[in-house]
Design a protein around this ligand. Structure first.
Ligand SMILES: [Zn+2]
Length: 325
């Protein structure tokens, strides 16, 4: 009797499935099944080659396999059998259609390693593997292209920041980074746009007290390009206090008095036009935003003349107002 072309009824299949559950074939039976399958294959043209399951069958198989997990034993066995076997698709590039299918089917799927942090051993292995990796010019260029214009979402940035918290580089790494960055500004001058980005990104950034101290030590006295030989530590006159500053700011309507002010800072400061800190006459003081105030630290002669003219104008207007009153 041949089963060819015959189909089991629903009822029979259910029963077969029920009775087969939890059962293991004996070695003898397995051998018999194997022989029978080989015989069947021989009769029907030998192999599965060129044959395909119908869409319906594929769907059924897929449904049946859903949620199934292989036992460790089964995995081990399959692994032994497959060792040294070259996968049928090795070296065959995927067609665009296949790629699209894969992409579609994996959409929305949660990756198996999501939320699992690498064990230290794995991290070290990955790091070691990447260290030995030699980037070809081609892959560098590709990477650069894919990263171009790429922006991390604020959520990703937050995650990145969290993951880097408490992370510190070894001295050797720091030195490497420093070496890589040395002279870099000459190699890659920042564009105006990049400068603005950087400035925006740094706005509102809080630097730890420790960093502040370090930075300030690095910029002390003669290490600072604005060092004027100790003039700035010269103490202010006794009149220099909160009230005087408030008075000047009120006179100047609480706005930066630099007509070319770029509006970079909203904080105000009172500036000594002739740079003499003890000269606290109202005719030597002018309200500037902190940005314009620091700009005035360079090219002092120029700014001195510039703000003298501004002050004259302020005083002239003030006198007019006084006269009208
Ligand atoms: Zn200003």
């Amino acid at each position: 009797m041949s089963m060819e072309g015959k189909k089991h009824s629903e009822e029979t299949r259910r029963r077969m499935s029920e009775s087969g559950k939890g059962r293991n074939h004996s070695e003898e039976t397995k051998r018999k099944i194997s022989v029978a399958n080989k015989e069947y294959a021989r009769k029907n043209g030998g192999t599965w080659e060129g044959k395909h399951h119908s869409e319906q069958t594929k769907r059924k198989i897929s449904e049946g396999n859903k949620g199934k997990t292989m036992s460790e034993e089964a995995k081990r066995k399959i692994s032994i059998v497959r060792k040294g076997v070259i996968p049928w698709n090795k070296g065959i590039p995927r067609t665009a259609e296949e790629k699209k299918k894969m992409s579609n089917s994996s959409k929305g799927r949660i990756s198996w390693n999501r939320g699992i942090s690498c064990s230290l051993k794995v991290s070290l292995a990955v790091s070691e593997a990447n260290r030995k990796r030699i980037w070809t010019e081609e892959s560098r260029r590709k990477l650069s292209l894919t990263n171009k214009g790429r922006h991390l979402s604020s959520a990703s940035l937050e995650k990145l920041s969290q993951s880097l918290k408490g992370h510190s580089c070894s001295e050797a790494t720091k030195q490497k980074i420093a070496r890589a960055l040395t002279g870099r500004k000459h190699l890659y001058p920042l564009t105006e746009k990049q400068r603005q980005h950087l400035s925006e990104a740094l706005k509102g950034r809080i630097v730890s007290l420790e960093t502040c101290k370090k930075l300030s030590i690095g910029r002390l006295k003669d290490k600072n390009p604005n060092w004027r030989g100790g003039v700035s530590s010269e103490s202010y006159g006794v009149e220099w206090d909160r009230h005087l500053k408030e008075k000047i700011m009120m006179r100047d309507n609480y706005v930066c008095r630099n007509p070319g002010c770029k509006g970079n800072s909203r904080r105000l400061a009172v500036h000594h036009v002739n740079y003499i800190k003890k000269d606290n006459r109202e005719g030597n003081l002018i309200t500037l935003c902190t940005s314009c105030n620091s700009r005035a630290n360079r090219k002092r002669e120029l700014w001195k003349t510039f703000y003298e003219i501004q002050l004259e104008e302020i005083c002239r207007r003030q006198n007019l107002i006084m006269r009208k009153m």
